[in-house]
Design a protein around this ligand. Structure first.
Ligand code: GAP
Length: 508
């Protein structure tokens, strides 16, 4: 485990998220619901800051293109529910499934590719555990020792993937949460799309799906956008919105949720320019994540090996993931965003299924063609989670014991104003300063309650970068003391200069 990650435990981060109102369990007062999370006041603002930054930097002011000219981007807001035929065309109805294994004893369900099996070469009794679960592995070794009535050494055992077991071997396999052998089913496909019914009759003819990605709404609107926006290839369509997946094992806080938000771009280009646009988006996207606060060693870009590529991406420019080392993936990494060359797969599929031509015109060749697509697809919730994990900084010398080191752009509260005590004209001066800063910077708080130490502690946990305190001298000196969150340094700033002082420091 890296030194930095060691200090951060997911339990501590989740406790802070609840204590300060970043993220709550959905329907908590009813016992919660697995895989669903609500954002509290601070979390909502943090997520909005991330989505606004994404929109601003990718749609409104994307970097100049590979040839130095402006990059054309437009936005879209498509429906969560679409005609179900769209999901047949995209391949989600037929193929969007993870093979799953059910345990008849514990009633638990596992992803088949997450399970591994431990046994001796005679394979008389096999023990199944979740790959990467060190406790599960130890338990398997212990129970195998108990079964064979001797101490089995780790180097004696074979470990192999659960899907490789045949029917006979499954009858002697003990599940991760079971006592008896033979309770695990063979892997079975399980579609990840949430079904619903459109209309009052709710018959099988009325089945529709909650979208599992925002991307397909973009492809389905390709023609509408081209016909109405004067865009020509190369150009991109961007969309932020909810996506739903009936994940079999939602886990790791918001990392694998059943309802989440995506920030997706489909960038349409000429078939012979995919390599340069792939590099453009890949390099820009990783630089962007660094800019919103993930600049350290926990962020990596991982290029997929050829054998990892999706079937439609096999001959393309490539696929890469921007990955972050979360406390629960350490020393490994978890995906924040995928950048993929999807070739002309999606537009071709939708053309075939909808019988609507999805093409652009190339004035050089005087011919119509089906554009190719580079897709940078990011998760807003995973982005927020990575920013929370990165910002979480233990500091035992502070009353809070921790502070959130958000970049000024991401910080949900930009500044706080405190009167040192609630008397001697201090609240009035603080109120005046607050009413100047609030309309200019939006997320500014005024706090009069409790000791100044407690107010600083609260702002440290909220990740507020600057706290301005009006004290007994302010009336005379016309200056306030500003406390810097990260260094704890304090300095005086003239009352009438606070706005400009803050604007300078919130830049970028
Ligand atoms: N259109 C391509 C697509 O949807 P994906 O890799 O399945 O690709 C893109 O999803 C991003 O959406 C991921 O990189 C991740 O950030 C986010 N994401 C996917 N499944 C998620 C889940 N169950 N919970 C939270 N975020 C998820």
């Amino acid at each position: 485990m890296s030194e930095q990650a060691k200090k951060k435990s997911m339990d501590d981060i989740m406790a802070l998220c609840k204590r300060r109102g970043f993220i709550f369990q959905a329907s908590e007062i009813y016992g919660g619901i697995n895989g669903f999370w609500d954002y509290g006041p601070l979390g909502t603002q943090l997520k909005k800051n991330l989505k606004d930054a994404w929109w601003q930097d990718t749609v409104i002011t994307p970097p100049m293109g590979p040839d130095g000219s402006a990059v054309r981007m437009v936005g879209l807001d498509s429906c969560i529910i679409q005609n179900p035929r769209l999901w047949v065309a995209s391949g989600h109805v037929g193929g969007f499934s993870d093979p799953m294994v059910d345990c008849k004893e514990s009633k638990r369900r596992y992803r088949a590719d997450h399970l591994v099996v431990m046994g001796l070469p005679d394979a008389v009794r096999l023990y199944v555990f979740v790959d990467g679960d060190d406790d599960g592995r130890e338990k398997a070794l212990k129970t195998l020792s108990k079964y064979t009535k001797r101490t089995v050494q780790p180097e004696e055992v074979n470990i192999r993937p659960f899907p490789s077991l045949n029917d006979a071997e499954r009858t002697v396999a003990v599940g991760p949460d079971a006592k008896e052998p033979g309770t695990l089913t063979a892997p079975r496909a399980f579609n990840l799309m949430f079904k619903t019914y459109v209309g009052a009759m709710a018959t099988e003819d009325d089945v529709a799906y909650l979208r599992p990605e925002t991307a397909q709404g973009i492809f389905a609107n390709f023609k509408n956008v081209v016909d109405t926006s004067r865009v020509k290839v190369p150009f991109g369509i961007a969309q932020i919105g909810k996506a739903f997946r009936n994940e079999v094992t939602p886990r790791n806080f918001t990392f694998r949720s059943r309802e989440f938000e995506q920030m997706e771009i489909e960038f349409f280009c000429q078939p012979d320019s995919t390599a340069q646009w792939y590099r453009y988006w890949r390099d820009f996207r990783v630089a962007w994540w660094k800019g919103v606060g993930l600049a350290g060693e926990n962020l990596v870009l991982r290029e997929h090996d050829r054998d990892e590529l999706a079937h439609y991406a096999k001959n393309g420019a490539g696929t890469s993931d921007v990955e972050y080392r979360f406390p629960f993936t350490d020393p490994g990494f978890g995906e924040l965003e995928g950048i993929a060359d999807r070739s002309n797969f999606d537009l071709t599929q939708h053309t075939l299924h909808s019988k609507t031509k999805l093409e652009d015109f190339d004035p050089e060749t005087n011919q119509k063609f089906v554009p190719h697509v580079i897709e940078p697809s990011a998760g807003a919730d995973r982005g927020v989670l990575a920013i929370l994990c990165e910002a979480y900084t233990a500091d035992p010398s502070r009353p809070s014991g921790v502070f959130m080191r958000f970049t000024p752009r991401m910080a949900p509260i930009k500044a706080a104003v405190f009167p040192l005590v609630a008397k001697d004209g201090m609240p009035e001066l603080a109120e005046k300063l607050y009413s100047e800063l609030k309309p200019r910077f939006g997320c500014v708080e005024m706090d009069v309650k409790q000791t100044i130490g407690k107010r600083y502690a609260r702002m440290d946990e909220a990740g507020c970068p600057f706290c301005f305190t009006v004290d007994g001298d302010t009336g005379l000196s016309q200056a306030v003391t500003v406390r810097h969150r990260d260094t704890l340094a304090q300095e005086h700033v003239a009352l009438d200069k606070v706005g400009d002082w803050l604007a300078e420091r919130l830049k970028g």
